[in-house]
Design a protein around this ligand. Structure first.
Ligand code: KMH
Ligand code: ZN
Length: 279
């Protein structure tokens, strides 16, 4: 089996400090959380920018600072969100791709997202894909339901998406595919040939489904964006605590963990030398 790539989804756009006091918000807090996760075994950090008041933003300067704060502390791969938050315009969401981050997410379809609708028009998805290709940014394709996987397969065949694909199966979003083993097994039966894949699962589904992914040869994403708890009734103390747990599980299951350099090679991520001077 390939080594395990662990992504730490540090903050997301929806979780608040009131819900999870350890949530990193400022670029410096995100940088500190990133290095803690990297030391624990994460090779990618998935990040969302926030305004100082905690509200989500896709402001390019905020992402520039985040990349600098992470890169000056460790060599973990920075994967920026182009999902942003429900209600943002496609133009807003795509803006930080101009920074040419090593990786960015690309949501493969529309889905009800809790009480809102996460809209991804096919023309916008295609435009995002083309821009990421033009900027040399490795995409992680976010799949929230089985129809999005079918689109992915079709678009790999017609060249809108470039191969090899790296797919994140996101399970348990209220409105998306259920966070169950059966749902994961169905999605895996529909994976395009040659794709690498990982699992993100929301809330209590994070632990069982990421454990399944480790066993089945996939990669995993953990972190406060997807799950604010360590166990039922107990908040996680940090993102790194969730990474620590998945590293221990991988060790028990005899799956070696990839370094950032190994993850770059496995995924075909082009390394960037970022200007870490943030002032
Ligand atoms: N916040 C969600 C609406 C991504 O980061 O690319 C979208 C999201 C996906 O979190
Ligand atoms: Zn995200």
């Amino acid at each position: 089996m390939d080594k395990l790539i662990i992504t730490a989804a540090l903050n997301g756009a929806e979780v608040t400090r009131a819900q999870q006091p350890a949530l990193p918000i400022t670029p410096e807090e995100i940088g500190i959380a990133a290095v803690q996760c990297a030391q624990a075994g994460a090779s990618i950090v998935h990040v969302h920018a926030r305004n100082p008041d905690g509200s989500p933003t896709q402001d390019i300067n905020m992402y520039r600072q985040i990349i600098a704060e992470v890169s000056q502390r460790c060599d973990v791969i920075v994967q920026i969100s182009t999902g942003g938050a429900v209600g943002m315009t496609p133009q807003e969401r795509l803006a930080p791709v101009a920074l040419r981050p090593e990786m960015a997410t690309l949501s493969m379809g529309s889905v009800n997202f809790g009480g809102g609708v996460f809209i991804n028009h096919p023309a916008d998805i295609e435009a995002f894909a083309r821009e990421m290709q033009a900027q040399g940014v490795k995409t992680e394709l976010e799949v929230f339901d089985s129809g999005m996987l079918a689109t992915t397969t079709r678009w790999l065949a017609n060249g809108i998406l470039s191969s090899p694909a790296h797919i994140d199966l996101v399970l348990g979003v209220p409105g998306g595919m259920a966070g169950t083993p059966q749902a994961l097994m169905y999605l895996l039966s529909q994976l395009p040939v040659g794709a690498t894949w990982g699992v993100s699962a929301i809330g209590a589904a994070q632990l069982p489904l990421t454990t399944m992914a480790i066993l089945l040869g996939g990669h995993v994403r953990v972190g406060l964006e997807d799950n604010i708890c360590y166990r039922k009734g107990e908040l996680a103390s940090s993102n790194a605590q969730l990474v620590d747990r998945v590293v221990r599980i991988a060790a028990e299951l005899e799956r070696a963990v990839a370094t950032p350099a190994e993850a770059r090679q496995m995924l075909g991520v082009k390394p960037r030398v970022h200007n870490v001077n943030i002032m």
